[in-house]
Design a protein around this ligand. Sequence first.
Ligand SMILES: Nc1ncnc2c1ncn2[C@@H]1O[C@H](COP(=O)(O)OP(=O)(O)OP(=O)(O)O)[C@@H](O)[C@H]1O
Length: 257
Amino acid sequence: MAGIGQVEHVVAVASGKGGVGKTTVAINLALGLAARGFSVGLLDADVYGPSIPLMLGISTEPVREGDALVPVEKFGLLIMSIGFLVDEAQPVIWRGPMVSRAVKEFLDQVAWGRLDCLVVDLPPGTGDPSITIARSIPAAEVVMVTTPQAVAVADVRRAIHLFQRLGNPVTGIVENMAGFRAAPGAAPIDIFGAGGGEALSRETGIPLLGSIPIEPELRAAGDAGAPILIRSPDNPASLAFGRIAEQVKRGWHIRLQ
Ligand SMILES: Nc1ncnc2c1ncn2[C@@H]1O[C@H](COP(=O)(O)OP(=O)(O)OP(=O)(O)O)[C@@H](O)[C@H]1O
C-alpha cells in the first residue's frame, strides 16, 4: 500500500541551517532504531541536496509498481530519495509550489507498507518542503540538529518555533560536531564551541538526546557510502547514535502511557 498510512511513527530530522550533520544524524538514527528491532524507512526529502544515496552507497534505482514507487533496501532500511529522481549533475532549481508537490508525491506514492518508524531527512532551514511535510504529517515528531556554536543555535531556535507553530511536537535536540579528541582519552578540543545544545535544551524544555563528537571516521564513512554505525559500531560516535536511538524509542513509550 502506498503512503504512510501504515507507519507507526514519523521522526523528521531538521536543522536551522545547512551543513550541521542533519543527514548524518538521520541515517544513523534510522540504523540505530533498526538495530533495536524496529522496521524502519528512511526518506531523503532534502530536495536541494539529496545526499542519502551517496552516503549509503546506493547505485540501484527504485522501481515503479503501477503508481507506487518501491523503496530501495540497504543496511536493513527501506530508502527513498528525491536523489533517485533527479540528475546528479543538474542543480535542483524547483520553486516553492513544485517542491511542495514533489514532497507530497513522495509521501503519497512511496510504497512504504507497514513500518514502525519512518525517519525523514528534511532540507535545512524552514522552507517550503519542511513546511509541507510538517503540515502533511501533523503527528511527525521533529528532532532538531545543531552544532554547539551560538549562531547555529539561533537558527535552530527559529526552526523550533516554526514547527511548534505548525503543531508538530519537537521532541529532541541532537548536538553534532561537539568536542574533537585527537586520541582516545585526550581532552576534547571544542572546535565549534561547547554547551549550545544543553543551553538550548534548558531554554526550550526540549530534551537534549545526545551529543556527537567531531569524528574524522564519521566523515570518511559518509564519503565511502558505509555508515559508521555499520562500519565501526564501537566508535564513540556510533555509541552516541545508539544512545540517541534509545532516547527516541523511550519517547514513544512514554507518550503511549
Ligand atoms: N560529527 C561529525 N564529525 C565529522 N564529520 C561530520 C560529523 N557530522 C557530519 N559530518 C560530515 O559533515 C558533512 C556534512 O554533513 P551532512 O551532510 O550530514 O550535513 P547536513 O546538515 O545534512 O547538510 P545539508 O545542508 O547538505 O543538508 C558530511 O561530509 C559529513 O560526513
